[in-house]
Design a protein around this ligand. Sequence first.
Ligand code: SF4
Ligand code: SF4
Ligand code: SF4
Length: 333
Amino acid sequence: MKRRDFLKAATVGVGSIGYTGSSQALMREPLKMPPQAVGMLYDSTLCIGCKACMVACKQANEMPPEFAGTEQRLYDTPLDTSGSTLNVIKLYKDGTREIKDRAQDGYAFMKTHCLHCVDPSCVSACPVSAMTKDPLTGIVNHHADRCIGCRYCVAGCPFSIPKYEYHDAFGQIQKCQFCSHLQAQGKIPACCDVCPTGASLFGRMEDIQQEAKRRLQAKPGDTYSFARGMLGGDQPPHEAKIPVYQQSVYGEKELGGAQVIYLSAVPYDKLGLPTNVPDYAYAAITEGIQHTLYQWFALPFVLFTGLLAAVHKSTKEEREKDVSSTAYEEDAS
Ligand code: SF4
Ligand code: SF4
Ligand code: SF4
């Protein structure tokens, strides 16, 4: 390769670290949703902020209460996900906070936990495969026995979900594992099981996506039977009116898609979800760049090996020349 061609290619590689147009040229194939993926639909308009899901989550995962922002230690009051909290109901509020699900002078609820991304950056960032994505269900799990505590997954997650147990000398990473232990017993995630309105709804991803689309197509003001617990399960539905939804399903495409998807009446950025994001995962870009750089790292090795071979060959020829000239000199004497 000519020196100019090498420098040109190297510039493209380095420039792409800032996710420019050239970075997409280096992107690896985005991962796809597994065929038997399970997921959750969180419909913010149905959520009444009762926090039953937070309590159930703590019980199901045997986690202690947290006391933030209050002197009285009466209630579990976490402000965000943490080493002791995998699920938090947050409140969006504006102005006079008069009307639910209104952006101006209103309020809305938001459920914060792992989205079980289709192409998870936490899995890509983990150097020891302690974060894995199940090839069948798509659930993203953390394996404490493999974890070295480097916290790359914490930095890599675009939703700031995994948290480290800083309070513990032998702390671990904690995040929602979609109640895998309950699902293994044929149960559904605890937060969906207890939700009184169906705001957190569990199901097969394909069905969940169709249900979200059905709600968007329904006429605002019409009465609708909102499933509770598990889509197609045996809990009686919750009857309510169809609200005026934002006309998109969050998590369908954002950052490569997720297995926890959202519906809301207020814009998604008000709920703290990143909206100005590409429809592919950052992991697809960073892994693409890494692979390209590794290819380049191979080049010096090949050059060095070639150089060694050339030196060895030339030294051998010199040695043979020396030997034959010595023999000639001996003959001549
Ligand atoms: S249990 Fe359901 S309604 Fe209650 S806070 Fe959780 S998601 Fe909202
Ligand atoms: S939300 Fe964060 S922790 Fe959960 S799968 Fe996606 S990248 Fe991983
Ligand atoms: S799926 Fe389980 S771990 Fe995840 S938020 Fe719901 S109850 Fe908590």
